[in-house]
Design a protein around this ligand. Structure first.
Ligand code: 5AD
Length: 468
């Protein structure tokens, strides 16, 4: 059987999609190649969120076409994911060496497309249609180190895994291409997600990260055509308002709890699972029920990645974010009241159209006020078919660069200080690989870099023996 190499660009959702495609291909008999140089199929799973990400994948494919194709003409080259979805056939027009373009609702069909190509049934494949139910098809796991599940090598048991709970986004932020590349919000059912998590735990996983483009909207959207079992036929006949995945009640909020919080509760019940994370929530959907979940659910890690994008109300409005600076700060305040140690990270865009020095000053002051543990700072990148790209007052690139530098300096300064404050503390860690000598899982943080904490378990052991 042919061997496949998948290179992934972009977010955790993309990583997860690649893993699921790889697992599906392995189940069909494909092997995973350790590098592009020996693979029979090379797939680039792409990101469209900024132009830079698209350019990286386009350049990579150009190089593959020039280098690999020349020496091994039988190699199949393909694009998957967000850029495949947004550009479709255009990719083959531009790069005629590309054989396959797989959109975001067609990942699970990749093996069939490859079979068609290898059997000579199809020459080029471009599949970017919407597909009902595709949100429930990202469920297979490799359960090895990500992207390195090469045969023969014994890899340490994987203790942490990503689980896709929903696809798409209906928020339509004016800068964002995701609603175009990932489609409308569609959620998997709670039982389906819990089943996947249980299986992962039975295979040694201790921590799951629940993934979606906007997890706080999980299960809130009415499904236009829910996929129901035959016994649901009667209800289907009536045009009643129904919500997935909460098939029982048909209402998104129950006992003051959103479907997302109910999902967290259900996953929390799984015996043997030790930690739960999720990304990304939207501040707009970050209700008190979710804040309180941190107090009630001990497995929920005390960290929140809460993208703010800007500290200026004027810009937040133009971005169509659906919250104000005050509301955002209110959520942070509540989270810290639940747990003052809560790790808080964010995403910020600089140079959104119309952003002035005064708007940037608001962002800088918000960053100081919150004291983020870390922040991803992005230079605004105009995306096709988004309202912001057509706004008249685009910020000059040189200005964007300069603001980006200033904001990043501040973020790094605060992050470094936060990490330095950790030195000397005791923390629980998740061991991703086996230790030969020491079974302890707590450690004492001894040193801090900008993005890394260093610790020593031996000191904790010593402390414990001192206390005895
Ligand atoms: N330009 C710059 N950054 C963007 N992001 C999303 N769209 C754009 C864009 N057009 C950033 C946001 C988002 C993160 C994943 O990427 O900060 O939270």
């Amino acid at each position: 059987m042919p061997s496949v190499y998948i290179k992934t660009y972009g977010c955790q959702m993309n990583e997860r999609d690649s893993e699921a495609v790889a697992a599906q291909l392995v189940a069909k008999g494909y092997t995973l190649a350790p590098s592009e140089h020996v693979a029979d199929v090379i797939l680039l799973n792409t990101c469209s969120v900024r132009d830079l990400a698209e350019q990286k994948a386009l350049n990579k494919m150009e190089n593959l076409a020039a280098d690999i194709r020349r020496s091994r003409p039988h190699v199949v080259l393909g694009f998957m994911g967000c850029m495949a979805q947004s550009r479709g056939h255009e990719l083959i027009d531009r790069l005629p060496d590309v054989d396959l373009v797989v959109g975001t609702q067609k990942f699970h069909r990749t093996a069939d497309y490859l079979d068609d190509i290898f059997a000579g049934r199809r020459d080029k494949v471009v599949e970017v249609e919407e597909e009902k139910g595709s949100e429930a098809t990202i469920k297979e796991h490799l359960l090895h180190g990500r992207g390195d599940a090469n045969g023969g090598h014994r890899l340490p048991l994987q203790v942490t895994a990503f689980v896709s709970i929903m696809q798409g986004c209906n928020q339509y932020c004016t800068f964002c291409i995701v609603p175009h590349t990932r489609g409308e919000e569609r959620s998997r059912t709670i039982p389906d997600i819990v089943k996947e998590c249980r299986e992962l735990v039975s295979r040694g996983v201790k921590e799951v990260t629940l993934l979606g483009q906007i997890v706080t909207s999980y299960g809130r959207r009415r499904s236009p055509r829910p996929s129901l079992s035959p016994s649901d036929g009667d209800r289907l006949a009536k045009p009643v308002e129904r919500f997935l995945p909460d098939r029982g009640s048909g209402v998104p909020i129950q006992d003051g709890k959103s479907p997302f919080v109910r999902l967290l509760e259900a996953v929390h019940e799984i015996a043997g699972l030790e930690r739960i994370r999720f990304t990304s929530p939207h501040p707009r959907g970050y209700g008190d029920d979710l804040v309180e979940a941190y107090a009630r659910l001990p497995k929920l890690c005390e960290s929140a990645h809460l993208p703010v994008q800007s500290g200026s109300d004027r810009i937040l409005k133009r971005m169509h974010r659906g919250y104000t600076r005050e509301r955002y700060l209110g959520i942070i305040d509540k989270l810290r009241r639940v747990n003052p140690e809560m790790g808080i990270t964010t995403d910020i865009i600089v140079g959104f159209p119309g952003e002035t020095e005064a708007d940037l000053a608001e962002t800088l002051s918000l960053v100081r006020e919150v004291g983020f543990d870390n922040a991803f700072v992005f230079k605004y990148s105009p995306r096709r078919d988004t309202p912001a790209a057509a706004m008249p007052d685009q910020v000059l690139q040189a200005v964007i660069e300069e603001r980006h530098g200033r904001l990043l300096d501040l973020v790094n300064e605060i992050g470094k200080k936060k990490f330095q404050d950790c030195v000397g503390r005791r923390a629980q860690i998740l061991v991703e690989g086996p230790s030969r000598k020491n079974p302890e899982r707590d450690l004492r943080i001894t040193r801090a870099g900008s993005f890394t904490l260093y610790g020593d378990p031996a000191i904790v052991n010593l402390e414990e023996s001192n206390h005895e």
